[in-house]
Ligand binder design. Structure first.
Ligand SMILES: [Zn+2]
Length: 149
């Protein structure tokens, strides 16, 4: 487990193809050290190495949803769906997760390793977000909202 040099919380393994796809050319070459992804909201580090090299938000081309406070906040990188798209779908009548999926086309892209800067499937982000937006409008019956979200 390697900790982020900025927030000192554990990083996630990330493949080189992911780092290369999202890092600005000004940061090349990326070298041979393995990179990790910092998942901490608000931390400026996106990728880092055990040797202490840090690629910050400004060094990365892609907006990382949970590091951004303003729109557009990408929810699904493969299908290029943002939080704003989801909210618009719900305002236009989508009342279930399946409705939102159908209207926005979110999910199922299968290219997350390259398109998502975390190198992971976006569903862990968009599912709670969609459920939360539905719940805010009283559309979600089940108690799926976790405390703190
Ligand atoms: Zn960090």
């Amino acid at each position: 487990m390697t900790d982020c040099p900025l927030c000192e919380r554990p990083g996630l393994d990330v493949e080189r193809i992911t780092v290369a796809a999202h890092t600005k050319e000004a940061q090349w070459p990326l070298g041979d050290d393995p990179f990790f992804h910092c998942p901490t909201p608000g931390c400026d580090a996106i990728y880092f190495t055990a040797a202490g090299r840090v690629l910050r938000k400004a060094d990365v081309k892609t907006r990382v949803t949970f590091k951004e406070r303003s729109s557009p906040r990408p929810l699904c990188y493969c299908k290029q769906v943002t939080e704003e798209d989801v909210i618009k779908a719900i305002e236009n009548g989508a009342s279930t997760f399946e409705d939102v999926k159908q209207i926005t086309g979110i999910g199922g892209g299968g290219q997350c390793k390259v398109t998502n800067p975390a190198g992971r499937c976006c569903s862990r982000n968009y599912r709670p977000f969609i459920d939360g937006e539905l719940a805010k409008r009283g559309l979600l019956k089940q108690a799926l909202i976790q405390p703190g979200l």
